[in-house]
Write a protein that binds this ligand. Structure first.
Ligand code: GRF
Length: 185
């Protein structure tokens, strides 16, 4: 069975969904979650489920942890640090990210979390959405695997957009990872 490592810096709601999906379906194994943030809630959530939860303090350590785990795929789920180029190359076509907008719109530097939804709202957009894409050397520009959109109503706030986008992420990310692992792209 293919092994997956999840990299996350924060809350980890996507990571938890991905774990639950693969525990149930058994089509891949989530070997561990790794975080650059010691206090990230995601680490505790995985510990509670008895899945390895690793805090790392350098990119060198990250590389060696992934090596030790012998993972086939790396899944970014709210990971807020830049991935070093050697790691991107090592996991070419095997590293995937999710972004809470319809890329190429609202991507790039500074565009993460609520910043994305604020910018979308400020520009009076009528649609937003999610993008799941492979990771390459250019920030938010790897090959797109999947997009889904949401309509933005008149009474929308950044919070309501965020909630709806997150729901989409939870629905689609695990299943797109499964397709990637099954070589269906
Ligand atoms: C998600 O909205 C994802 O699009 C972005 O970071 C957020 C992570 O949320 N890359 P969570 O930590 O999975 O709850």
């Amino acid at each position: 069975m293919k092994k997956i490592a999840i990299l996350a810096s924060g809350n980890g709601s996507n990571a938890v969904q991905i774990l639950a999906y693969f525990l149930e379906k058994n089509t891949a194994q989530v070997a561990a979650v790794l975080s650059n943030k010691k206090e990230a809630p995601v680490l505790q959530k995985f510990e509670e489920k008895r899945i390895p939860a690793i805090h790392f303090t350098s990119n060198t350590q990250l590389s060696s942890e992934l090596e030790n785990l012998q993972v086939d795929y790396v899944v970014l789920a709210g990971y807020l640090k830049l991935i070093p180029v050697d790691l991107i190359q090592q996991y070419k076509d095997r590293m995937v990210n999710i972004h809470p907008s319809l890329l190429p719109n609202y991507g790039g530097k500074g565009m993460y979390g609520m910043n994305v939804h604020k910018a979308v709202l400020a520009a009076n957009e009528t649609v937003s959405g999610i993008t799941i894409h492979l990771v390459n050397e250019e920030f938010d520009k790897g090959r797109k695997l999947f997009q889904a959109s949401v309509q933005i109503g008149d009474a929308e706030s950044t919070e309501t957009i965020a909630q709806r986008i997150q729901k989409l992420e939870h629905t689609h990310y695990p299943r797109i990872i499964e397709k990637l692992v099954n070589n269906e792209f």
